[in-house]
Ligand binder design. Sequence first.
Ligand code: SF4
Length: 209
Amino acid sequence: MATFNSPLLTSVSLPVMEHFYTIQGEGFHQGRAAYFIRLGGCDVGCVWCDVKESWDADKHPKFTVESLQSKVLETPAPLVVITGGEPLMHNLNELTDALQLAGLETNIETSGAHPLSGSWNWICLSPKKFKAPLPEILPLANELKIVVFNRSDFAWAEKYAALVSADCKLYLQPEWDKSVEITPLIIEYVKQNPQWEMSLQIHKYINVP
Ligand code: SF4
């Protein structure tokens, strides 16, 4: 087991719903080995949320930054994805400092509805209609991922595409339970608007976490 000691490690702890080593199933880093840390706590309230059990942070055990760093370093993961829940409900400075000091890439998947904290190699912004992202995160996004639930979401996606930086990757991803209906619409939209790409949740097709 690899170990890493850092003077930056603190007693900060965070509610963790689950953590696991897998491959990234969606978006720009799809297919890469990645360690996922799913933090508890979310107040965004998406009706189609597939991790509603994450919403109440108090229902999840707290892990120190040091223990999370150790868990990741037990694996050869080059990349850590911090997700949720809405991970930015927590201050993530200490966690990302510790991970980056250990030589790990840090990626976040966020709705952007809370102030940005942490140091990130990659920010995947997935805005939600139920609680809008804060304006300051929009130019910082490396990837804009829009979950498409119905036809009106294409116009909504374009609203955010106009607000992110010129080099931000643009993804349309079918909401899982409506993917049979929505995927053909996305294919046609991407063909007509090739600045967008389609993102599929490959991990769900191949049945890995
Ligand atoms: S932001 Fe994510 S975790 Fe929160 S309700 Fe929406 S889909 Fe669920």
